[in-house]
Design a protein around this ligand. Structure first.
Ligand code: NAP
Ligand code: GDD
Length: 331
């Protein structure tokens, strides 16, 4: 039986990746941070099926201990401070987690299994920032626009560097935005679908947003963790862009989400200048041709299906109902 270790297992992607790897017959280990309240909401349904270990990316020895305990064949480094606006408020801490943390995990892998452990780094389309080409590919030059983007760029290059310096099996997945009903509520898709559900149910009167003109290439998180897994099943390690190849404005997201609940967005959305970023990433659109050709990866959920699914899930959650069974409904 193959063994996988996931940092960031309590996050959106960690929870979907756990499900995928369990389905594939893996023994799954996850890294969790100690907190005064539990952060296991997304993996609660997997209790008893996965092994959890306490560690923190800030603490090198704790990472080494976890790799020793889990003895993984594959390590997926998903842990990071992942919210762009917080990276302006806590730039140094963001660098510790999101940049130097990657080196700590790579060092643990190098120490304990440089010839046998495969490593995945969660890189980001935020590294393209002020984009130098449209659409963005694996060879598009980077130009990050936030402390988060800069930290992710370090994580990307240190991953490439360990592959080239030590011959380690290290892959960097340059993933564009991916969302789901498990997305943190501070990210724009979930903020909008949660806001729509609250307005629909009479729990809120308005929704405050920042820049409606920004464009993102949004996909479904469940599709994107499949690409992570596929990268580590190849004969040689490489870097891949993972995206849908389509882009939409925040405004379009808002229109679709309100329409999914039968509401006119213009009656409820207010622009709050404090939510506009000091430096914006105006346009992201990825070219997933390499992932399609080499991994056989294609996204299955469209943007429209994703938005509808998230609105329905938030409506159901706020009404105290269990989440709808989307697989059975085909959306
Ligand atoms: P997320 O929901 O914010 O999850 C982040 C995870 O990292 C959480 O489990 C968090 O643990 C953990 N973490 C943060 N700091 C840590 C530390 N110092 N030590 C150990 N664990 C720590 O993020 P996500 O959306 O699942 O994204 C997963 C990864 O992909 C992140 O690296 C993100 O930057 C990257 N990425 C995401 C997207 C996207 O659109 N979702 C796109 C490209 C790249 P707690 O629960 O304890 O906070
Ligand atoms: N969060 C948020 N809140 N974003 C808003 C709002 C708002 O009220 N109003 C407009 N936006 C715009 C932002 O300015 C940005 O252009 C866009 O919505 C998307 O913002 P987020 O959903 O916060 O995501 P992100 O693109 O900054 O970062 C996400 O994707 C990256 C990959 O490109 C995160 O998941 C990162 O971790 C990830 O690397």
């Amino acid at each position: 039986m193959k063994r996988a270790l996931i940092t960031g297992v309590t996050g959106q992607d960690g929870s979907y990746l756990c499900e995928l790897l369990l389905d594939k017959g893996y023994e799954v280990h996850g890294v969790v941070r100690r907190a005064s309240t539990e952060t296991f909401e997304r993996i609660g349904h997997l209790a008893g099926k996965i092994h959890l270990h306490q560690a923190d990316l800030l603490d090198q020895l704790s990472i080494i201990d976890v790799v020793k305990e889990a003895q993984p064949d594959e390590v997926y480094n998903l842990a990071a401070m992942s919210f762009v606006p917080t990276s302006w408020k806590q730039p140094a801490l963001t660098a510790e987690y999101t940049a130097i943390g990657v080196t700590k995990v790579l060092e643990a892998v190098k120490l304990l299994g440089r010839d046998k452990i495969k490593f995945y780094q969660a890189s980001s389309s935020e590294m393209f920032g002020k984009v130098q080409a449209v659409p963005q590919t694996e060879s598009t030059p980077f130009y990050p626009r936030s402390p988060y983007g800069v930290a992710k760029l370090y994580g990307h290059w240190i991953t490439v560097n360990y592959r080239e310096s030590y011959g380690m099996y290290c892959c960097s997945g340059i993933l564009f935005n991916h969302e789901s009903e498990r997305r943190g509520r501070e990210f724009v898709t979930r903020k909008v679908t949660d806001g729509v559900a609250r307005i629909k149910l009479g729990l809120a009167k308005a929704l405050k947003l920042g820049n409606l003109d920004a464009k993102r290439d949004w996909g479904f998180a469940g599709d994107y963790v499949r690409a992570m897994y596929l990268m580590l099943q190849q004969p040689t390690p490489d870097d891949y862009v993972v995206a849908t190849g389509q882009t939409h404005t925040v405004k379009r997201l808002v229109e679709l989400a309100f329409a999914a609940a039968g509401l006119d967005w213009q009656k409820y959305v207010e622009i709050d200048p404090s939510l506009v970023r000091p430096a914006e990433v105006d346009l992201l659109i990825g070219d997933p041709a390499k992932a399609k050709a080499k991994l056989g990866w294609v996204p299955e959920v469209t943007f429209e299906q994703l938005v509808e699914r998230m609105v329905r899930a938030d409506l159901a959650r706020l009404q105290g109902q269990p989440l709808p069974d989307f697989k059975a409904r085909g959306i």
